[in-house]
Write a new protein. Structure first.
Lengths: 737, 206
């Protein structure tokens, strides 16, 4: 009670203080105003150049230019009106509920200056005091891009009518993986394109869904793409709005694009009054280094709960997600359609503190944007992310696309609704080297989705994939079976279940699942590959050969299939044909380490040691690999390059510290080099790792004998003969002592 | 009481007509002297908005650099098409200071050529139509058979798609201008717009 009174008293004092200050300062202000009027050059130009000219310049998305005094004076009254109402510059987030970089919101001081300037007759002041107007050239902002992509067919946007939402597919013509450090989107006619989102389609799935019309662009506000089988979550906001500069990713955070990927430009188009032709181009700038930090996009949503009764002016959906690890939040992207009203995004910390991420009081789809934090927002493990969106489906909502209002559910059309809060987080490394922290986030996210919908197909599939990655094949199989209870002919789930069963050694069941998948889709390359691979593993080479040939007839460019088929041919002693397959694999995918290794093996067997060495050296430039080093060590040893062989075998030891083989090989190389002490040392290590190997004891005996230690040598041969009384070499060596 | 109110309304209407006539009298200062409504794209004065026999003149205030005004051009064309056979004339009026005939011609080349276009640098038609923003519209009815004097029966928004800057309906529900033309042609009372015109402020001489 006392505190309450004190608070009131404080306010009262403040009011008195304010009144006093006003009464004292007013005359001074008048004098000041008379002495130094607000001018374009001194106060207004800096505001316009910073907050307005990004769109309002010739060729920009703004309808008129604001780059000179004449421009500003001409539009002065309009500037006053639209800034006072905060229609301009467009900015939805409420101040004080998230500290965003590149905020377009004008400060109260700036608003007041603009108002006073217009009311004061819009004087120019001394032109010498004005800052230099920004320059907007038609060139790429970061110089010539490394790769320019262009939408295949231009699109004509009609002169009038409702807004359009179109997805343009941009195949990426690259032969090797690239890392994109920056991107500039040039949408075409800037005044037509309201905003755009870029998606990476890792499997070109959207293009395959629309084989006949993808070049014209596919209508739709949202889309889902198949991210493929590898764990590769979306990680970056690739968003464009009219004043977006080139998108430069933070250091160490380029995004990856692989051969065969498509980029999809999802565009919101607004008719301008005349027919406009748009044909977007995208400039990509590559980094020579892959990412060292891996952000991830998390999504809060509850589309399933969207069932908004007609007339309901305050329909609420909520979602929450508990973070399984520490993260830094880098940005947010709230999204809904026309009925969205109030959006809240926040986190509840483990100590109960509420940390706002974003608050939008009056959502407007036309002004949507990605909001990046000025500095990352740290959220400790066990913080809970919250989303609470309110919708207005009454006739009082003028943006309501249905008149009179009708019940609205979630969907892809503009008359449907959505409610998403995308959050870009950078997970902090796990305390113990525990793998990819994004896996934990993915798991928490998917489990959250299953809580909302136990039959969520994507969540079940993704969780199963993670169980596969963690080696829990039984759990994965259970989840795949769950999917198949609802969609028994889901080819992908059938193949994935087959893979899980193969891992649990139930290979007959696995084979049955692959065959069932192929009965539904006889040309499914994944099904053909997995079945052929299984057959090959179980010695059914004829069947494997038949299925690899079927696969390669469907997709002759499948490097992995060429490589695996080569292995089948090798197993059936058709080295020349196998060589052709490995060479085909390498021609398609020069980075195919397996094919390089397999071909090197054939060359080494043929005695083509320089070519074998060359292939293996090529492979090792791509990736360090113990098998390749081991084979290369042997090739070097056979070529007499003992020092080089020694280096390779030493490197193998770092990969396989608990394996006897590299120690054995090192012992032999040392022996050949005459370094008997080192040889004995390595041989002893090999024996410590595999103490019951009679060959090793025999070899140790030979080394001891050559080193002049007959006593030790005899003991070694005896040990070998104890382990294997029939060991011919040990018996002969002992006799020679 | 009700009767009294009706009487008052009629009186107001008469007063309004009187004021309109006065305004027109400003445009047409004296008998025999031709009023200049604006200038066509060749720089020539426009002294007649319509020939005799016209049923109504529709003014649409536009600007080459106002996106809202541009977005309405197809709608104005649709309205013109709809009433074409019923003797209306539509004028696209560019009232902003700084608009040039060259600029308007370029704009027309992009957005479509109109039959009747004029620049209104002296804001004669702006005053007649009480226009404040682009896009805005007005419906004039000839007071005389030779179509030399007009009475403004409607002025304001074209429709209700924009309720204020930043507040836009997906499609318009109330087509105020269209309804006003129809009423004027049927010689019925013309309903005034249900909300303010929304757009870019008309720019006068500095």
């Amino acid at each position: 009670m006392n505190r309450f009174r004190k608070a009131h008293l404080f306010v009262a004092l403040l009011n008195i203080g304010a009144a006093l200050a006003l009464s004292i300062s007013l005359p001074r202000m008048r004098v000041q105003a008379a002495a130094a009027p607000i001018t374009f050059s001194r106060q207004v130009a800096p505001i316009l150049y910073k907050q307005c000219s990004g769109c309002h310049h010739p060729g920009g998305s703004g309808p008129f230019s604001l780059l000179s005094y004449a421009d500003a004076k001409r539009w002065g009254k309009q500037i006053q009106t639209v800034t006072q109402s905060r229609y301009m510059p467009p900015w939805l987030p409420e101040p004080g509920f998230g500290n965003f970089a590149d905020s377009r919101r004008l400060s109260s001081e700036d608003l007041e200056l603009l108002k006073l300037w217009v009311e004061g007759g819009m004087p120019e002041g001394d032109p010498g005091e004005a800052p230099k107007a920004p320059i907007f050239s038609g060139e790429w902002q970061l110089g010539p891009p490394d790769l320019i992509l262009k939408v295949t067919s231009p699109m004509q946007v009609p002169a009038s009518g409702p807004d359009l939402f179109r997805n343009f597919i941009l195949p990426v013509p690259i032969a090797e993986t690239k890392y994109v450090r920056a991107m500039e989107i040039r949408p075409g006619a800037a005044q037509v394109v309201h905003h755009a989102n870029m998606l990476i389609d890792r499997t070109a799935s959207f293009r395959r869904q629309h084989p006949d019309d993808w070049k014209e662009g596919i209508p739709g506000m949202e889309l889902a793409v198949d991210s493929g089988d590898s764990f590769d979550p979306d990680s970056h906001f690739l968003f464009w709005k009219p004043d977006s500069p080139a998108l430069v990713e933070p250091n160490g955070m380029p995004w990856r694009v692989d051969p065969g990927n498509d980029l999809i430009l999802n565009m919101h188009l607004k008719p301008t009054g005349k027919v406009e032709t748009i044909q977007a181009t995208v400039g990509l700038y590559f980094s020579d280094k892959p990412a060292t930090a891996h952000p991830m996009l998390l999504q809060l949503e509850h589309d399933r709960a969207i069932n908004i009764p007609a007339g309901d002016a305050a329909f609420v959906i909520e979602d929450q997600l508990k973070l399984p690890l520490d993260v830094d939040v880098l940005g947010v992207y709230p999204h809904a359609h026309y009925l969205g009203k109030r959006f809240e995004g926040y986190a509840t910390l483990p100590n109960g503190e509420k940390k706002w991420l974003v608050l939008i009081r009056d959502w407007d789809i036309d002004r949507q944007s990605v909001y990046r934090f000025q500095s990352p927002v740290f959220l400790p493990k066990n913080s809970v992310l919250h989303m609470r969106y309110t919708y207005d489906n009454s006739s009082g909502n003028v943006r309501n696309p249905n008149s009179p209002p009708i019940p609205v559910k979630a969907g892809n059309r503009s008359v449907d609704e959505m409610g998403h809060l995308w959050i870009q987080v950078l997970p902090r490394p796990l305390p113990k080297a525990g793998g990819d922290p994004r896996m934990l986030l993915e798991r928490a996210w998917m489990q959250n989705n299953l809580r909302k919908d136990p039959d969520d197909h994507v969540a079940l599939y993704n969780l199963a994939s993670m169980e596969m990655a963690s080696g829990d094949y039984e759990s994965a199989a259970t989840l795949y079976r769950h999917i198949l209870t609802r969609t028994p002919e889901d080819v992908r789930a059938l193949i994935a279940l087959g893979a899980a069963l193969e891992k649990t050694r139930d290979w007959q069941q696995a084979q049955e699942k692959y065959e069932k998948a192929l009965a539904v889709d006889p040309q499914n390359v994944d099904g053909l590959f997995d079945l052929a691979h299984l057959e090959s593993e179980h010695g059914s080479y004829a069947e494997a050969e038949r299925n690899y040939r079927r696969l390669l007839a469907v997709n002759p460019k499948d490097a992995s299939a060429h490589n695996e088929f080569g292995k089948v041919l090798l197993a059936t002693n058709r080295d020349a044909e196998a060589t052709q397959e490995f060479e085909a694999a390498i021609a398609i995918a020069p980075e195919d380490l397996d094919a390089l290794y397999n071909l090197a093996g054939i060359e080494a067997d043929k005695g083509e040691l320089p070519r074998a060495a060359n292939l293996l050296e090529q492979a090792l430039k791509l990736r360090d690999d113990a098998d390749a080093r081991q084979l290369l060590g042997s090739v070097y040893a056979q070529s007499g390059k003992l020092a080089d062989a020694l280096d390779q075998f030493k490197a193998v030891q770092t990969f396989r510290p608990h394996e006897a083989v590299p120690h054995r090989q090192l012992a032999q190389i040392y022996a050949q080099m005459g370094q008997l002490r080192d040889a004995i040392n390595e041989q002893n290590i090999a024996i410590s790792l595999e103490p019951k190997n009679a060959d090793d004891w025999n070899n140790l005996g030979v080394l001891h004998a050559r080193n002049g230690d007959a006593v030790m040598a005899r003991k070694d041969f005896d040990r070998a003969l104890t382990l294997d009384p029939q060991h011919v070499a040990a018996r002969a060596n002992r006799a020679r002592l | 009481m009700l009767f009294t109110r009706r009487t008052m309304r009629r009186l107001l209407s008469l007063l309004f007509t009187f004021v309109t006539v006065l305004l027109l009298a400003e445009v047409c200062p004296a008998q025999g002297e031709r009023a200049v409504y604006g200038y066509n794209l060749n720089g020539e004065p426009v002294t007649s908005l319509a020939s005799s026999g016209v049923a109504a003149v529709v003014l649409f205030f536009a600007a080459t650099d106002c996106p809202l005004s541009n977005r309405y051009l197809p709608e104005i064309r649709r309205i013109e098409q709809k009433f074409y056979s019923r003797h209306i004339v539509v004028w696209i009026v560019y009232p902003n200071f700084g608009e040039t005939s060259v600029g308007v011609k370029q704009h027309e080349a992009a957005y479509g050529v109109e039959d009747h276009v004029l620049l209104d640098p002296n804001h004669q038609l702006v005053a007649l139509a009480h226009a404040k923003v682009t896009p805005e519209s007005a419906v004039l009815i000839p007071e005389t058979a030779d179509a030399k004097m007009f009475r403004t029966v409607y002025h304001g928004r074209v429709d209700d798609r924009y309720l204020r800057l930043g507040l836009e309906k997906p499609i318009a529900a109330q087509h105020d201008l269209e309804r006003a033309i129809e009423a004027a042609l049927q010689k019925r009372a013309v309903e005034q717009p249900g909300g303010p015109a929304v757009g870019c402020g008309i720019i006068g001489r500095p």
